[in-house]
Design a protein around this ligand. Structure first.
Ligand code: SF4
Ligand code: SF4
Length: 72
């Protein structure tokens, strides 16, 4: 199963929980600041995201939407 995620950068607080728990290492901290001044995380399209949704479950800010299937 292939998946991908979308991260709402204005909700993200850069806590890194999603990075720690993603079994595919498909999320990484970026050097981008959001409007609140937090460094936000980025989805890594070259990793094999499975759409497992662990990241979305762990995110305390509900900043991650998970999609499964598709052609990516
Ligand atoms: S859905 Fe699963 S594999 Fe994909 S980024 Fe989130 S935790 Fe990682
Ligand atoms: S768990 Fe949520 S708030 Fe924390 S870094 Fe990941 S997307 Fe941002």
């Amino acid at each position: 199963m292939k998946g991908y995620i979308e991260i709402d950068q204005e909700r993200c607080k850069g806590c890194s929980f999603c990075i720690e728990y993603c079994p595919k290492k498909a999320i990484a901290l970026s050097n981008k600041l959001n409007l609140k001044g937090y460094f936000v995380v980025d989805f890594q399209t070259d990793k094999d995201c499975t759409g497992c949704a662990v990241c979305a479950i762990m995110c305390p800010e509900v900043a991650i939407e998970v999609y499964r299937g598709g052609s990516n």
